[in-house]
Design a protein around this ligand. Structure first.
Ligand SMILES: Cc1cc2nc3c(=O)[nH]c(=O)nc-3n(C[C@H](O)[C@H](O)[C@H](O)COP(=O)(O)OP(=O)(O)OC[C@H]3O[C@@H](n4cnc5c(N)ncnc54)[C@H](O)[C@@H]3O)c2cc1C
Ligand code: FES
Length: 510
């Protein structure tokens, strides 16, 4: 069988990036003045920028990579109003009417994507389909009965089925949720960026925002340049303008994906999830005239707290092979989700900041719909319109009923500081193989050392510039990941993902 020819083949490449190249832009090279400056060109930033430009606002969009090169690049793009954190938990944290509001907001986001792709004449493989939630073998289906009752209370359409339509495995009774969807996010965003530019929007890529300030005129500083605006949206996935307030209410989790060739028509085109904590999530994506890709995700762990990426990908393949008639592996990738303590994103005015700095973060594994909700909600707030979701998603909310989740995640963070007193992972750089990285103790501090494929060593400080945790090597993406609040850095220490917004420092040689 012939392999597809991706535009780019790289480690950790997704089907989206391999098949669609988003429009390129240049780096900013002058000061600018606008109505709204959006920092971050993933689904949240792009949707916000598109909607505001459509309403006549002068919008400048900045991204420090190519467009959508963050977590939108590595999503699996299930579109669902079935909340990841389970309806039973949502009802206990938010009560019935707010849980209903949340599910309605995700359903509206799916409707929005369907409508916009039609209006922009974008063929983005959008399909409405059923989703199946089935019990993992070592879980009994009591969870499913509770979840069924909770879903009804949350106002979600749900039915019992005798089994999920998996070809090689009888799941037993499962829940079916109609009118869910899937799409190709890069085909969709391609149409959105082009429309944004036609409406006068300006895009600058390879443009790293160093600092964001609110006030009468908000400003974004980029090296020697400055963009002034009436409002700024920080849509950097993990906010770069907030040191503390939001980061104690969300936690970074790595999740892994394999995409396998499967004959067209061999399974029902649907979304599939099991009931594990680090649950499996599955969907199809059209590949060629006779095959689809079976996209299988799962194997989550707290960022920076596991390094066995290859084993995790292999376990996903093994799991899929027992349930679906899979063929060759076409892609493997992974990425990071920001899990909030109460299952909902933080979208709105940034706490502790002036009123004209807005933020969108805390995807909770539903960041494509949450990012779309961010576009709708933030454009309303900036244009002075009421929006029924404002309080629900407020970044300043305190969900007292999620206090045990808050304590659990912050205790985990506190434990990471013990890394300061442990020995290094290796005693000498000789122990580091090509393509690998490890932490070395040097006197009172720790150094992050990696060796490239040609044997060249690179050393940087292992101390995360956000709040001082020790970073860990991520072999799949060849990055340094912080286990505390999700900052990530390239092998040479250059920052990829907030909350840290500066690079790892040079290593001390003492
Ligand atoms: C493996 C995986 C599977 C997922 N599956 C699903 C799913 O099925 N359904 C779903 O709804 N969600 C899913 N999610 C979540 C969802 O993909 C993400 O939450 C969403 O794409 C995040 O979009 P974003 O725009 O908020 O952030 P991003 O896409 O990360 O965009 C942020 C942008 O900000 C830029 N940036 C960062 N710092 C700066 C700076 N200082 N200056 C300028 N630019 C900066 C980055 O370059 C990046 O392009 C998944 C996530 C992962 C990792
Ligand atoms: S991300 Fe907070 S200390 Fe590293």
């Amino acid at each position: 069988m012939e392999r597809i020819s991706p535009i780019a083949t790289a480690e950790n490449e997704s089907i989206w990036g391999a098949t669609v190249e988003l429009p390129r832009s240049r780096r900013i090279n002058s000061d600018l003045d606008c109505d709204v400056c959006v920092v971050g060109g993933g689904i949240s930033g792009l949707t916000s920028a598109y909607l505001l430009a459509k309403e006549g606002q002068r919008v400048v969009l900045l991204d420090d990579g190519p467009l959508a090169s963050g977590m939108t690049h590595v999503t699996t793009a299930h579109l669902s109003n079935v909340i990841d954190d389970r309806f039973v938990n949502m009802l206990s944290w938010h009560g019935e009417s707010n849980t209903r509001l949340a599910t309605e907001s995700h359903a509206s986001a799916i409707d929005f994507i369907e409508r916009v792709s039609r209006e922009l004449h974008v063929d983005c493989d959008f399909e409405r389909l059923d989703a199946y939630l089935f019990a993992a073998p070592d879980h009994n289906d009591v969870d499913l009965h509770d979840e069924f009752d909770a879903a009804l209370l949350a106002g979600v359409d749900v039915e019992w089925e005798s089994r999920a339509p998996l070809t090689l495995h009888d799941t037993g009774p499962c829940l079916r949720f109609p009118r869910q969807a899937r799409f190709h996010p890069f085909k969709y965003l391609d149409g959105m960026v082009r429309s944004f530019k036609r409406a006068g929007g300006k895009v600058f890529t390879n443009t790293h925002a160093d600092k964001v300030t609110g006030g009468e005129r908000a400003a974004v500083e980029i090296g020697e340049h400055r963009v002034q605006a009436n409002a700024v949206i920080v849509a950097t996935n993990s906010p770069i303008n907030d040191m503390f307030a939001l980061h104690t209410k969300q936690a970074p989790y790595m999740t892994y994906v394999v995409a396998l060739r499967i004959p067209r028509g061999s399974i029902e085109d649907a979304l599939y999830w099991d009931t594990l904590d680090a649950y499996h999530y599955v969907r199809l994506q059209p590949l060629d005239h006779s095959h689809d890709l079976l996209i299988v995700g799962g194997e989550d762990h707290k960022s920076g707290q596991a390094t066995d990426t290859e084993e995790r990908h292999q376990r996903l393949i093994d799991w899929a092979s027992k349930r679906f008639p899979i063929g060759v592996v076409e892609f493997t990738w992974g990425g990071q989700c920001m899990e909030t303590i109460d299952g909902l994103a933080f979208i709105g005015r940034n706490p502790l900041d002036a009123d004209n700095v807005y933020v969108a973060t805390g995807d909770s594994g539903m960041g494509i719909t949450h990012g779309t909700i961010a576009g709708m909600l933030l454009s309303d707030l900036i244009l002075g319109r009421e929006n029924p979701w404002e309080t629900l998603y407020s970044p300043s909310r305190k969900t007292l009923r999620a206090v045990s989740e808050f304590a659990k995640e912050n205790l985990n963070v506190a434990n990471q500081y013990l890394d300061w007193i442990t020995p290094g992972e290796v005693k000498s750089t000789d122990e580091i193989e090509p393509g690998e990285g490890a932490i070395l103790r040097r006197g009172m501090t720790k150094v992050a050392v990696c060796r490239d494929d040609d044997g060249k060593l690179t050393e940087v400080s292992a101390v995360c510039p956000h709040l001082g945790c020790i970073v860990h090597w991520n072999g799949a993406e060849r990055s340094w990941d912080c286990p505390c609040h999700g900052s990530r850095f390239h092998a040479d220490g250059e920052v990829i993902n907030g909350p840290a917004n500066i690079n790892l420092a040079p290593s001390s040689k003492e």
